[in-house]
Design a binder for this molecule. Sequence first.
Ligand SMILES: *Cc1c(COP(=O)(O)O)cnc(C)c1O
Length: 362
Amino acid sequence: MSTVYNFNAGPAVLPRSVILKAQEELADYKGCGYSILEESHRAKAFEEVIQAAEANIRQLMGISDDYAVLFLQGGASMQFAQVPMNLMVPGKKVGAADTGEWAHKAIKELKIQNADIDLIYDGSANHYKTIGDASQWKIDPNDAYVHICANNTIYGTEYQTFPETGDIPLVADMSSDIMSRVVDVNKFALIYAGAQKNMGPSGVTLVIIRKDLAERCPATVPTMLRYTTHIEKQSLFNTPPTFGIYIIRLVTDWMLAKGGIAAIQKVNEAKAELLYNAIDNSGFFRGTCDKADRSKMNVTFRIGDGDEELEKKFVAEAKAAGFVGLKGHRAVGGLRASIYNAMPFDGVMELVKFMKDFASKN
Ligand SMILES: *Cc1c(COP(=O)(O)O)cnc(C)c1O
């Protein structure tokens, strides 16, 4: 097999060793004679998997017992609705920052639920190229909670500082940068993330929620959509996405073996620096976001002022050379290299070589 570097935004690259381990264990899980796909979610073997996955995440992120760690379904998109269903308070506004496509979609769901929105940041005026110092944002002290999207997968910006919300619960969509950098979980009341960018396959949504906050939920919310249901049953109220949780367990084992999030963050910073430097020094490619707010996960760029023909050629030739997934999101066009935890440093190094070569020929 020839080496292919996968820069897809999500579902995205997973550690090769995890894929091989899953393959090795698939047909006969630890000698039981069948696969983990076919195992009951109530069986001992799966109990061990889900408990290990949770313990790994708690250890990696330093999560205290005040928080529940849940494996849910419906993607981050479900959380856009489930969060307000559980956390809105009658007569109070919801603080929200609009930093791009996904943040915007979360706000849309708030509007569907008739939330009165305290728009704490509006990035649309700057075409979402910047976030700025979020710690300086003014928050209405009466907000029920504040929602942000920590890393903007499509536009390529990432919060460098977080809003200071004091006692107001801070909720973050961390789908595309969860466990990519050290974050103080205690600053947040709720963190959610679709697994398919930095943790595992699609179909699992990680929710980290301060347990006391879950009690806010109004009586009219359906059982499946109440966080309290899943906290009480430790994500086993109904059949959870067992295979996805199994892969998350393997990915988090891999992360611990790498030295944890602080060690992985160092590599992520080196990868991002290498790639952004190559873009900035090329005189050919151009980064699309404010330097100060650039994402270390999703590197968005263009050729010149957006030469679509040449960008098409770049994507095609890159693919032929073994670099896949470099096309920008359809909402913004251009180019994007997603360099999640599992993208090796060598992958970025090889991409940079290819980019230099392409620039000199074109
Ligand atoms: C991908 C993504 C989503 C959507 O996730 P789904 O699991 O497909 O619902 C939401 N927010 C962010 C930041 C994302 O990157």
